[in-house]
Write a protein that binds this ligand. Sequence first.
Ligand code: ATP
Length: 251
Amino acid sequence: MKLALFGGTFDPVHLGHLAIARAAAAKFDLNLIYFVPADVPPHKGNRSLTEFQHRFAMLALATADEERFVPSLLEANSGQPNYSIQTVRRLKRTLKKSDKLYFLIGIDAFMEISTWKQPVQLLAECDFIVASRPGYSLADLGKALPEGVRPTEAALQVLRKQQATGTIALPSTTIHLLTEVNENVSSTQIRAAARKSVQQLSRYVPATVASYIKKEHLYISTSAQREKGDTRNGKVLSFRKAHDQESKEQG
Ligand code: ATP
């Protein structure tokens, strides 16, 4: 079986994520794609994230009609930074020898890979599928690789004029470029759009996710929320705290 692990914050999941997953599944004959929302992403700075259960619920709605797309709890309830190297190794322990795992990632995230925990080891764990975007060259990808894996300056010179397409075969890993998708959308854009008008959301997210965002009043500012007298998110938070408290007490 061929599988891919697609990690992210998914705050919220959007049509770009789904388009990448569909294109990867078609091109690499994937049987399953695990969408793995991070409980505590190490790379997203100080922005406070939407509660994990909301992000997971939106993923479940967005993937409901796709047999091969599975929302995963691999990084749930960790309470500490979710490092991809650990997640990949955890997932691999559950796979059969004959299974082939890919790590699916967007080029903007891949450009930061040298700053991740144990990047050389991570690259050696499985092949990568990098969703490319226009404007990137193969040299950009090469330069982003961690020391020890990065091509020499002379080799980068040669790559400089080449579009980011095809496959880069390195001694420890193979990086496949996925160039079929060009969806100019990000979760940041959607959060900003939701603050202005929730009506616009269905341009960026599946209709079920747009309805969920509306129903749960996600991504509106706290003051706007207060004006509406809405306490629903507050209640989810208190519910989680109560649950955590209970779990602690049960040991
Ligand atoms: P944010 O705007 O909050 O940073 P995001 O839209 O990049 O979020 P993430 O959940 O961080 O979404 O992304 C998960 C993965 O999907 C990352 O590897 C990211 O590079 C990739 N990705 C997200 N949107 C796109 C897109 N439009 N095209 C290609 N890759 C994308």
